[in-house]
Design a protein around this ligand. Structure first.
Ligand code: GLN
Length: 533
């Protein structure tokens, strides 16, 4: 029988519930258990696909084409288990399913209510992995006390009663704030937040206490007394330099054995410590540092490029260098002045016209000066526009996304797409295959000739322009079905490669993505050459 761990959050949002849940998942996985994770987001949007990055950060894309919360990216990176549409739920999808059923007449004339109909639907979303996984960890988004989170918490309560305490654990992540004037860490907000959970019938089994200072002696006991949680189940979560250090910090406090005991789990092996060792070495201080720019329009919002940032970090970890990321605002910053001191630059994905000129300027600079460059999705489209404008001299080269009146735009909409009124349905989402040209940089990096990568875009490189731009050095080396260009690269450059897909969703610790690995290596080479080392 599969076991379930629910992760809720209290006091404030952005506590790192996703990272805490994923760390627990990693620890169980390191004991040979099969772990999957689910996110429940209480907002009403069907998915975050239409949300501005200012709301919840980047939209993570799964291989099967779900547009999901960025926590799914954390789950994939920690567990290396592919996320799917079944790993993500919102209030919107739950109500939609219930209302569709109501319209079909499936409820046989009864009044449809939050309890039991919505809660039943929610509970059905907790169990898709129970056959194939030993443990499912379910993160409930938001903070205890939010009105919109109530149906999820109620479903959690019912689920624990139905399945029994030996099969379901509640982990509550909370904040222990430090009050500088009193020079003290305070437990009261946690007490209140646990009481709030109790009011709705949930008693936490484990407390994860986020704190910026070490908890003083006796604090675990105090929290245990006031919150009715065993002292060994009060886990300190001090701020860590790298999120990947959190599993070991938890392990040292005995959380894995505690969970194994409480849930009567049967681990298949001992933790051999290899993962911890890799993380410790890869995040150690004193590594050589390189600086890589991310030139986009959400420069002030780190979460908007979460997976790109993590991919750089992970590629750095595998190459034993520290990657410092510098955000460049292509709308406001002076380019190329803002690119000074960079060892490489990325133009990431994006939507809309804002900041495009700065992105094209960035790419022109990278091309001319031999600065290692990786273009992602919109970044590839801009690389194509840059070549068409500046090398081929096509003054009005543009994308039909920003310049709908352009005749024969270099970035175009496919004929079939034009027939569909509601463009939302015409996005290329999720995995598509690309065949790589023999002898290309891409093929050398991937070390294979066919790849599957995740997409999230509408527009395509207009193939009418491929021969002319190839003559100018911008070669298409990845194709989907000989129809859609997937990768462009330049051989006359230290590292210039751009992809129509999003490589950033597929980076893992110990398995950096080939395109990021290549970029970090090229950036390091660039730095050592320029400094004359
Ligand atoms: N806006 C572009 C398109 O829809 C690029 C999308 C992206 O970068 N994710 O094709």
């Amino acid at each position: 029988m599969s076991k379930f761990i629910f992760v809720t959050g209290g006091v404030v949002s952005s506590l790192g519930k996703g990272i805490s849940g994923a760390s627990i998942g990693k620890l169980l996985q390191l004991r040979g258990l099969k772990v999957n994770m689910i996110k429940c987001d209480p907002y009403i949007n069907i998915d975050p696909g239409t949300l501005s990055p200012y709301q919840h950060g980047e939209v993570f894309v799964t291989a099967d084409g779900a547009e999901a919360d960025l926590d799914l990216g954390t789950y994939e990176r920690f567990l290396d288990v592919p996320m799917t549409k079944k790993n993500t739920n919102t209030t919107g999808t739950i109500y939609q399913a219930v209302i569709d059923r109501e319209r079909r007449g499936d409820y046989n004339g009864v009044t449809v209510q939050v309890v039991p109909h919505i809660t039943n639907e929610i509970k059905s979303r907790f169990i898709p992995f129970e056959k194939d996984f030993d443990v499912t960890i379910i993160e409930i988004g938001g903070t205890v006390g939010d009105i919109e989170g109530l149906p999820f918490l109620e479903a959690t309560r019912q689920f624990k009663t139905e399945r029994g305490r030996e099969n379901v654990l509640n982990v509550h992540a909370t904040l222990i704030p430090y009050i500088a004037s009193a020079a003290e860490l305070k437990t009261k907000p946690t007490q209140h937040s646990v009481n709030k959970l109790r009011e709705i019938g949930i008693d936490p089994d484990i407390l994860i206490c986020r704190t910026e200072k070490p908890m003083p002696k006796g604090m675990k006991e105090k929290l245990s007394l006031f919150c009715s949680v065993a002292p060994e189940a009060v886990i300190e979560a001090m701020d860590v330099a790298s999120i990947y250090q959190l599993p070991e910090a938890f392990e040292k406090q005995g959380i894995t054995d505690l969970i194994i005991k409480r849930l009567h789990l049967k681990p298949r092996k001992k933790n051999d410590g290899k993962w911890f060792k890799f993380i410790n070495k890869a995040t150690a201080a004193g590594r050589r540092r390189i600086t890589i720019g991310i030139a986009g329009k959400y420069a002030e919002l780190k979460d908007a490029y979460k997976s790109v940032d993590e991919s750089l970090n992970l590629a750095g970890m595998s190459n034993n260098v520290e990657v410092k990321v510098k955000y460049i605002n292509t709308q406001k910053d002076e380019i190329p002045a803002a690119l000074k001191g960079l060892d490489a630059v990325i133009v990431p994905g994006g939507f809309g016209k804002r900041g495009i000129a700065g992105k094209i300027e960035t790419i022109k600079y990278a091309r001319e000066k031999g600065l290692p460059f990786l273009g992602i999705c919109l970044g590839m489209q801009c690389a194509v526009i840059e070549a068409a404008r500046n090398q081929a001299g096509l003054k009005n080269a543009d994308s039909c996304e920003f310049a709908p009146d352009t005749k024969d735009p270099v970035i175009n909409m496919m004929e079939e797409q034009k027939k569909v009124k509601n463009l939302g349905g015409t996005m290329r989402l999720g995995n598509y295959e690309a065949k790589l040209k023999t002898g290309s940089i891409a093929q050398k990096l991937y070390k294979k000739s066919a790849i599957q990568e995740r997409h999230r875009h509408r527009y395509e490189f207009n193939t009418d322009y491929v021969p002319a731009l190839e003559k100018l050095g911008l070669e298409v080396t990845g194709w989907h079905k000989n129809l859609l260009p997937e990768i462009v690269e330049r051989k006359d450059h230290p590292y210039f490669i751009a992809a129509q897909f999003h490589p950033e969703f597929a980076s893992r610790p110990m398995k950096p993505h080939p395109l990021f690995d290549g970029l970090v290596k090229a950036a390091f080479k660039n730095k050592t050459q320029n400094s004359g080392e």
